[in-house]
Design a protein around this ligand. Sequence first.
Ligand code: NAD
Ligand code: UDP
Length: 314
Amino acid sequence: MVIQRKKILVTGGAGFIGSHLCERLLDDGHEVYCLDNFFTGNKDNIIHLLDNPYFELIRHDITMPFFIEVDQIYNLACPASPIHYQQNPIKTIKTSVMGAINMLGLAKRNYAKILQASTSEVYGDPFIHPQTEDYWGNVNPIGPRSCYDEGKRCAESLFVNYYQQNGVDIKIIRIFNTYGPKMQPNDGRVISNFVCQALNGEDITIYGDGRQTRSFQYVDDLIEAMVRMMNSDNTIQGPINIGNPIEFSMLELAEKVIKQTNTKSKIIFLPKPEDDPSQRQPDIALAQKHLDNWKPKVSLDEGLAKTIAYFKNR
Ligand code: NAD
Ligand code: UDP
């Protein structure tokens, strides 16, 4: 139950994670401003919210200044899939860096809390496993993923400096691979690819030998952590890892998708993209300590079933 209705800006609100967050914040009784330039976002994700008088959709690009009066800002605007963020790498960097400056300026003017959706990609191809927040990472600063990784690293630096220099109330979470309904079928990320390929009876494309690992988090678990982080007291700034620590290889994932969809699709192996991290698993001790014992609840089998059902209905 909401004690006080807050005005909340969600940048990237028409995207996969942003649209789930808008829904949750409205359910909690808040007033939500969803800002998006629709690069990878989609009106269908939020179409059911348009009639809600407490929901407002704003077409805007966060690389340009934006003014509004709000209490909280969730800064999610940024393409997240490698095929999308590599399409226009300079724009990706501008979105992370200029977008962070614009949104931090807005937070400063409003005395608003601001949460940055950072990423496990700040750890690059990690030497430390599982990854703890004090690990500085292994990122190739000039590789094909650098526009995203370095943009997000710079955004973290901006957040910390706006706190230290200007006292802005900041929160940083490092999100690990998240999946669920409302991902775009052409998104290019592994779960949407495998599920759509399996449902269409197409070959399932594993890049490399399939032994690289990721830890997959169902979107509902992430949203719960995001809201807890935003509403944590102002001594908790992060960065804090948010992810599901159970790690799977891409081969294991493909097998799960094949089993659950009962498809006749065959696995094929394609070249591994340059700088593709070989392993990834979050250490979530900090999240558990600071976010009221938060931990992921949805298993990969359960989350895959919901995601498959969603794509079947599309
Ligand atoms: P997404 O691509 O579905 O959503 C991003 C949204 O931002 C889209 O609606 C897009 O149109 C919008 N956007 C992009 N550039 C913009 C700009 N310049 N101005 C305004 N809007 C813009 O991706 P997602 O998976 O929902 O990711 C949301 C956030 O979470 C991103 O910041 C991403 O880096 C971060 N994140 C996601 C994951 C994941 O696994 N999904 C992991 C780590 C971090
Ligand atoms: N991947 C794959 N087949 C695909 C899409 C991705 O094998 O059709 C692999 C990719 O090479 C990476 C892993 O799946 O090793 C996760 O890729 P994704 O783009 O989802 O996330 P990220 O690499 O950003 O963690």
